[in-house]
Design a protein around this ligand. Sequence first.
Ligand SMILES: [Zn+2]
Length: 63
Amino acid sequence: MVEALPPARRGRRSPSARVHAETPRSYADPFAEDDDGANCIRCGYLVEPAREKRGLLTCAGCG
Ligand SMILES: [Zn+2]
């Protein structure tokens, strides 16, 4: 009989509950015509439009 739950896999930490709720999407789709968002050159996630207008290529998290 096979064990259903290997002992090493029993993590008691729940997945991160605090995520960025302000960001509607995590990254921009370069292939979507209606998506003119830019992605962070460091982490690859979406750069906030306000930052992008300032000529920044990094998201708020990367500075
Ligand atoms: Zn970033």
